[in-house]
Every structure is written in structure tokens, then in C-alpha cells.
Design a protein around this ligand. Structure first.
Ligand code: GRF
Length: 193
């Protein structure tokens, strides 16, 4: 069984969707580790409810990003993780983690990249007046929301309420992330055959 890790910093609705899909077989993998950089975040409670091992840490208690990323890499290695799924992990991945898991880290972003990179993608898109919004899943490299695109899904919205765009977008995110993770697993299995 493939082992995946999910990284999150907050609410964790994508984590929850992925965990449920692994439990009911829509994703042929096990969530072997949840990583969170915000002690007390809701995602921590979700991991506990699903019985998923969690590494929850406070970046301030490490001397540097390289130090806490070394610890993350050790835990990913120990858990046998082959795919890392960032789902609202509000931190740029540094060279320590990137070099260890290059090509095996993916991220979900609430815009049609390369438009509206960064932490306020939905708010920026609404402020710009766009009429078609969307979700992107991409490989992670050293650039902000800049790695090769794996999947995108668009949806129309003509209003001006960012909360509504977030709501509509999350419904799509949960489906698209599950489908994309399973597709990556299928492709990696067929490469091995
Ligand atoms: C999602 O909108 C995702 O696109 C972005 O962060 C948000 C995480 O939401 N990267 P949740 O914590 O999974 O509910």
C-alpha cells in the first residue's frame, strides 16, 4: 500500500477529504503522516479523529528552517512516504525538504495558475474582477506556486463575495485532489510494470 503524507496549517478540509478517500478506497493509499506547523490547528483534531499519526511542530522552537525540515524528512522517511500532498500548508518548502522529496511534493492552490499566486489568491482574483475562477494542483519547486501544473478545474462566478468563491472552490478542491492523487498513484504503478 502506498504511503502519503498531508501537510496543513489550518482547518484541514482537504486533509479530511483525502483521509476519507483513503479509508473508503477512492485513493489506493494510506495517509501515514500529517504534518502541521501550527499547534492547536483544527487539522490536528481531524488527524486524531482519523487515527492518523501527526507531527505537529512550532517553527520557532527550531534554530532554522533547515533544522525543522531535517526533522520532517526523517519522519517522512521513517513512515515510508512516497508522495507529499500540501493542503493549506502556509510555508514555502526549503531546499532541505525539496532536495529529499523533489518530484514527489504536490500542492493545491485556489486559482488558475499562473494567475493569482500567493496567500490571497481568491481575494486578489475577486478584486481583479475575474469571472472564471479555478483550482490548480502542481508539483512543488523552489518558486512560489510555480512548479509544473498537473491538473486544473475552472468554475464560473460573476459575483463579488470571496467567501462564496472559497465555498465553491473547496467543493472542487476536495474532488480534484482525490482524483489527482489517485491518478499519480496509477501512473507510478504503471511505470513500475
Ligand atoms: C485551500 O483553499 C487550498 O487551496 C489552499 O489552502 C486552503 C486549505 O484549506 N492552499 P483547508 O485547510 O484544506 O480547508
Amino acid at each position: 500500500m502506498k504511503k502519503i503524507a498531508v501537510f496543513a496549517s489550518g482547518t484541514g478540509t482537504n486533509f479530511e477529504a483525502i483521509a476519507k478517500a483513503c479509508e473508503d478506497g477512492r485513493i489506493a493509499a494510506q495517509v501515514a503522516l500529517m504534518v502541521c506547523d501550527k499547534p492547536g490547528a483544527e487539522v490536528e483534531h481531524r488527524a486524531r479523529r482519523h487515527g492518523i499519526p501527526a507531527f505537529v511542530f512550532s517553527p520557532r522552537s527550531y534554530a532554522s528552517k533547515a533544522d525543522f525540515e531535517r526533522e520532517i524528512v526523517a519522519r517522512l522517511d521513517a513512515a515510508g512516504v512516497s508522495l507529499v500532498c500540501l493542503a493549506g500548508y502556509m510555508r514555502l518548502i526549503g531546499p532541505t525538504l525539496l532536495d529529499a522529496y523533489r518530484g514527489r511534493i504536490i500542492n493545491i492552490h485556489p486559482s488558475l495558475l499562473p494567475a493569482f499566486k500567493g496567500a490571497h489568491a481568491v481575494e486578489d482574483a475577486v478584486a481583479y474582477g475575474v469571472k472564471v475562477f479555478g483550482i490548480t494542483i502542481h508539483y512543488v519547486d523552489e518558486t512560489l506556486d510555480g512548479g509544473p501544473i498537473i491538473a486544473q478545474r475552472a468554475f464560473p462566478y460573476e459575483g463579488s463575495d470571496p467567501a462564496e468563491v472559497h465555498r465553491l472552490g473547496q467543493i472542487i478542491e476536495h474532488q480534484l485532489y482525490i482524483e489527482t492523487i489517485q491518478k499519480i498513484i496509477d501512473e507510478s504503478i504503471s511505470k513500475c510494470q
